[in-house]
Write a new protein. Sequence first.
Lengths: 240, 636
Amino acid sequence: MNPWIGVGACVVVALVFLLVPLWRQKSALAGRRNAVRWPALGVLGVLPALTVGLYLYLGAPAIIQEQALTQAQSNYDVDGMVKALEDKLKATPNDPEGWYALGRAYIAFERYAEAEDALRKATTQAPKDAKIIAQYAEAMALKQGRLDGRPLELVQEALEISYEETKALELAGLAAFQKEKWAEALHYWRRLQKLLPKDTEHHEAIAQAVATAERKLDLSLGGTGMPLPPPSAEPKKAPH
Amino acid sequence: MIPELGHVALIIALQLALLQGILGLAGASRDNAAWMAMARGAAGGQLLFVALGFLALVWSFLVNDFSVMNVADHSSRFLPVEYRITAAWGSHEGSFLLWTLLMSAWTVAVVMLGRQLPADLHARVIGIMGLLSFCFLAYLLFTSNPFMRLHPPPANGSDLNPLLQDPGMIIHPPLLYMGYVGFSVAFAFAIAALISGKLDEAWARWVRPWTLMAWVFLTLGVMVGSWWAYYELGWGGWWFWDPSENASLMPWLAGTALVHSLAVTEQRGALRVWTVFLALAAFALSLLGTFLVRSGVLSSVHAFALDPLRGLFILIFLGILIGASLILFARRAGAVKTAGDFGTISRETALLTGNVLLLAALATVLLGTLYPLILDAFGLGKISVGPPYFNAVFVPMMVPALLLLGIAPWMRWGRESLTELLPRLRWQAAAAVLIGLALPFAFAEWKWQAALGLALAAWMILATISGLVVRRRAAGGLPLAAYGMGCAHVGLAIGVIGMGLVSAYQSEKTVAMQPGDSASLGQYEFVFRGAEEVPAANYSAMRGTVELKKQGQTVATLLPEKRIYRSSRITMTEAAIRYGFVGDVYVAMGEPLPGGTWSMQLYLKPFVGWLWGGALLMALGGLLAALNLRNKGAME
């Protein structure tokens, strides 16, 4: 919405507050037309101009455009990229890397069903690519909202092809963590941590996940006094 | 978008306020009905636009719009929703916006309820209030703009001062400001009377209910502020003679004097010039108070100088307002005809004497508050003026005022004979002295503060109630306003009981306690059960558990806290209080010591609640009187 429409509306309302009482006095002032005319004209001329002038001096009208612009720019760029990729894949559909990239873009936009479709095409075209299989597993898991079942089978499949596939290691660790198999989660994540370049956001996030899992493991060990947690061990509530 | 519209709304409100001022005053002096009507319309529009501006600011706080600088500086993502709303008036800018909002609300109330006033007086009052609003809006927009923007916005704000994250702070400033701003009505009426030279009983009848309502709000505001300081600051004090408290006490004293002198002017037509002076003083002191607290001059004189524009604007505004109204007063006070002759011994004299005592007390507070600031500002050294000064100077001045409070309602208007009156009060006086001497023996130790407080309170209660009974018998009934007076005076007496007893008999102890340790104070035994961590959205706390025992029986479990606020890393003490009719038990956590040990502060505060109970009764009394006078005014 154009902010100046709002400014205009405010000015009109202000004028109503001033001119309606004046209008009501008209009959009482029938003989003195100037007594009504001059205040009315003065207010009509000065109030809008002064409002706009003061607002331009004091306010930040540019900030609305700047905010809108920044948002539009970021939307425009990514939208354009996705669109270009879609067009390209329509023309040359036999491109597993292209479908893989499109699938990841869809995931970023939370369009999970389309991501699953795109990645399924990629896996049929490149059935032995661990990276693509793992990504397909993630899209499927995001769409159905859980990791068990088919997505986890795909993760195992990817790990059998390559035990260094980062996405697959991450998902495998997550699945173990969700089942409270802390040691197993640590196994996958520590391995993943070694593979990731240091000083990246991803590395940082995994390091934190490792730390959390270590604390959980430690607690469950302390709680039972056994060297390894039994599968059914009730984990203690972590302190805040 | 929303903050920008709020900004525009304030710009329009600024112009409407100026139009309201000019058209109201010019319309009144030229007898132009059209201009006066426009001034009334402008007042309505001003309320709408200031309210829109205020809502825009509240909205920006609610949605965490950190591109608004005020939000970025005074809120954070961790802040609970209710405090995000109140943070809107937790800052300098926001609190002036609240002041302006309340000011325009009072103006519209005057527009609506003052229709039966003479047209020129009505328009002048509206006009003067418009000019005041204009000054505030100009101050807001040009030096303290709440809608300054940041681009790009920070990811999170720097949080609201933890002291203000409290329910007491939600209601304290609005109540106080309602009182301050309410005095602007009396101020505007006084200026209008000076301009026109017309000041009669009808004028006083109109001003009285407005002033009483403002006084009620101010009383409640001061009361809530004192109670908040008691439970929030962690050491159980209820009045510190801190400059920010004195800032609200001064207009309260002037307002109390004004309410009484207005009664004389309304009933007898006397003390008109004095009444006008007090109306000017009450509002000028309200402004002074707001500026003292809000300009940063109190935290440090130098903070004031950091923003020279802000400081200069304040000084110029205060100078013009006080200077102009005093010049007007000096030139025009003669035009206000004095009438209503009264004798040396009369109710008028008693009320005037009370007034003078209140103003003398006010002067001591003013001196003690401003003098150190002025010395510091001119680099003449730092002096500390604290409770010893105020207790030694203020209290002796209030004692005769309280004695007078018992006698004045018994006195006749015009002329009274002391030889007739005093014997009629001998029983009340004797009983009060007896109570003062005897009752302190019921406590651990006979102390003069308790004796003085109890004797004064007994005198006030007995004389007030017996006075009402006698008047009721003589007149066959009493107006509501008389009951209001009785209620307020008894309320003050109850407050005096609280002050006397708590300052005489409070006790405290600081002990280092390990879990399982116990300490005793008075009849109570405090058993420390340890401290544990309790997380919350915007802070994390260590909560101690203290079992309170009396004669071996557990009577309560107290849970004092020590909090660390996340965004600001400020530590706060949250005291645990067991409120009681005859006194509070107050526990605060001190510092953690090695090995799970905590230093704990234990306090017993006998009768402290009576203070605020008394203040509540005073406010209720003021409300009864205002309602009664309002009806009286409306009937005419």
